[in-house]
Design a protein around this ligand. Structure first.
Ligand code: SME
Length: 168
């Protein structure tokens, strides 16, 4: 990878912001197929770039449940059953879930009591669910449809660069 330089990220135009972030992520992952290394760098890039994010990281599907992977933020719940919480619901439905107020989401799993809003993007490789990308914020309604689309793009770049045979 090339040396990463943290730049002031301007998300006043979210589409343009995610466009630049996608280009940065592509550069960061170029030529590196290791899943854990790439998950760590993807989480770090997202956490560094996006304003008002308190947690950004991965849960991977292992042994039929979601297990926490590389992330940035406070220590988190380790295991989440499919269908439970926002992460397990996004995994079960295989669709991105935007939660403007986590207190209003039945079954939300509170790893950090400061978290107020959340977005979870499922990771699909060759038609199979392999995990989720999860972001939290301490601000209500921090994430909108533009964030969802932007993060889906980043998640797809991560999967494309990193998923071969799995965690081994
Ligand atoms: N809030 C999530 C749990 C994971 S943490 O936010 C890192 C959920 O309800 O699935």
């Amino acid at each position: 990878m090339t040396t990463y330089h943290s730049e002031p990220h301007d998300f006043s135009d979210k589409s343009a912001g995610y466009e630049r972030l996608a280009a940065q992520l592509r550069g960061l992952l170029a030529g590196e197929p290791d899943l854990i290394a790439n998950a760590a760098n993807t989480a770090a890039l997202i956490f560094d770039a996006l304003p008002e994010v308190s947690w950004a990281g991965f849960y991977f599907l292992r042994g039929g449940e979601l297990i926490v992977g590389p992330f940035q933020g406070k220590p988190a719940c380790v295991r989440i059953a499919i269908g439970h919480g926002v992460c397990g619901t996004a995994a079960a439905r295989r669709e991105t879930i935007l939660v403007p107020d986590v207190n209003a989401f039945p079954g939300h799993i509170a790893c950090d009591s400061a978290s107020q809003s959340e977005v979870v993007v499922p990771l699909i490789a060759a038609g199979r669910l392999i995990g989720v990308l999860d972001l939290d914020s301490a601000r209500l309604a921090r994430f909108d449809e533009l964030d969802a689309r932007g993060l889906e793009r980043l998640a797809a770049l991560f999967v494309e660069a990193s998923w071969t045979e799995g965690l081994g």
